[in-house]
Structures are given as C-alpha cells and as structure tokens.
Design a protein around this ligand. Structure first.
Ligand SMILES: NC(=O)c1ccc[n+]([C@@H]2O[C@H](COP(=O)([O-])OP(=O)(O)OC[C@H]3O[C@@H](n4cnc5c(N)ncnc54)[C@H](OP(=O)(O)O)[C@@H]3O)[C@@H](O)[C@H]2O)c1
Length: 227
C-alpha cells in the first residue's frame, strides 16, 4: 500500500476520528495517523469494507490501534429554502454545495471557539483533485467536461499524496482558521501549503446561517450505533 511519507509528530496517546476511512483519501489519513501512534476511530457505513481497510492498515502498521464503528445516520429535512436540492436534485451541484456548507460550518465553528479557552482549533483543507477514488469516478461519470478529467490525471494527487493536506491541517502549528491546499497548479496536486481560504466559505453572515441550519438539522438526526 502506497504511503504518503508525511513526517508527523509522535501521536501516541492521541485519538483521531477519521470519517471516510474505509477508502480513498480517508484511508490514507487513517494509515498515516496510525503509523504515528494515534488511536484511530473509524466510523464506517459498511462493516465488511471497514474491516478490510483496517486489515490493510494493520498490515502496514503492525499493532495499529484501530476502533471500527458502524454508524447509521438519517438526514432530516432542510430548515430553509431548497438547501438540499429537494425540488430539483442535481448530483454535482449537491456535491459542490455540500463542500461549501461544510466550509461555512467550519468557519463559524472557528469563530465560536476562538478566544474562549477551548482546546479546539479549526483548520480546514482540501486534498486537490484525486482521480483514482470512488467519488472522483462518480463525478467523472456525470461531468461533461472530459478535458478537466485528463488535466486531473496529469496534475492531480494520488489518494496517499492527497492525505497530506489533511495531515498538515491536523498536526501543523498554525492559527485557527488556517486553510491548507495542494501547492501545485490550480491546487490540483502537490504537497500542502497554507493558502487563503476560498471566499465562498468565509462570509460570516452565511457561516452563521449555516450553523443555525446545522443546529436544527442535527437536533433531528437519530444517530444509531450498530455492532
Ligand atoms: N477525489 C477528489 O478529487 C476529491 C477532491 C476534493 C475533495 N474530495 C473529498 O475528499 C473526501 C474523500 O473522498 P475520496 O476521493 O477519497 O472518495 P472515496 O475513495 O470514494 O472515499 C469516500 C469515503 O467516504 C465514505 N462515504 C461516502 N458516502 C458516505 C455516506 N453517505 N456516509 C458515510 N460515509 C460515506 C466512503 O465509504 P464506503 O467505503 O462505505 O463507500 C469512503 O470511505 C470526500 O469528502 C471528497 O468529497 C475528493
């Protein structure tokens, strides 16, 4: 299994929760964190696939501390407008909007936790373009622009390389609100570097509104742990 070779500090005694750890970028983030000694929690939706991912990590990092969890969540209805494209669902638009929503949530979380003495530091990142993953294949199937696809292959990151922006965000000594992206052309690939966060996620009014929506939605989401 390819590794990202990111130099990480000793993370023994630390716990990391990695979502999407059963595949792609998340699997490589989990692998690197386990290699640095962290206890890695892997909430997965498919237990068998999660077990296979954990086995791959254990093979590369004998003695890795991993905890697999099955989590089933059900989304509630949106609180305003057509935030979740219920009137006319377009997969790529939904995908892009979900990223903006997550970024705005992070921006507001950073604002709320700043200066309150909380041991919480929000640092965001994006992994570049990673052509060899399940999500990328699904996006390619729907996107008509094939030129972008070949550009992604030339300039993009492998899943292991892409894990580096998340690992930098997790371990670098940078202020809250920092944002990591790949250093290469169009931010498609390359090693992580600090960049200005995209404007779409830094609008404070939109960030507060997104927080309020998330607050309502999350209060209705039943979290069911199985197994
Ligand atoms: N690939 C790119 O070019 C690219 C670019 C920018 C950002 N990203 C972001 O990077 C993250 C990882 O993507 P990837 O490219 O590594 O994709 P991937 O290889 O397809 O991995 C996606 C991971 O997310 C899990 N997942 C997907 N839908 C889920 C759901 N509804 N509930 C719970 N878990 C779910 C998958 O679980 P299963 O194993 O059960 O399927 C898998 O572990 C995503 O947030 C993606 O949007 C990717």
């Amino acid at each position: 299994m390819e590794t990202c070779n990111e130099a990480l500090p000793d993370l023994s005694g630390r716990t990391a929760l990695v979502t999407g750890a059963s595949d792609g970028v998340g699997l490589h983030v989990a692998l690197a964190l386990a290699g640095a000694g962290a206890h890695v929690l892997m909430p997965v939706r498919n237990r068998d696939k999660g077990e296979r991912a954990a086995a791959r990590i254990r093979e590369a990092v004998p003695g890795a501390q991993l905890s697999l969890r099955d989590l089933a969540t059900r989304m509630a209805r949106p609180a305003w407008g057509d935030l979740q494209l219920e009137r006319r669902y377009r997969p790529l638009t939904a995908y892009a909007r979900s990223k903006v929503a997550l970024g705005l949530f992070g921006t507001e979380l950073a604002r709320r936790s700043a200066g309150r003495g909380r041991r919480l530091r929000v640092v965001q990142c994006h992994p570049g373009v990673v052509p060899d993953t399940g999500i990328a294949a699904a996006v390619r199937e729907r996107a008509s622009d094939t030129g972008r696809g070949s550009l992604a292959r030339r300039l993009g990151n492998s899943p292991a390389q892409a894990a580096r922006t998340a690992l930098a965000a997790l371990t670098a000594d940078v202020p809250a609100g920092s944002y990591f992206a790949p250093a290469g052309a169009l931010q498609f690939g390359g090693p992580p570097r600090l960049v200005r966060p995209p404007r779409s996620i830094t609008d404070p009014v939109a960030a507060r509104r997104m927080w309020d929506v998330a607050d309502v939605l999350l209060s209705r989401v039943p979290l069911v742990e199985r197994g």
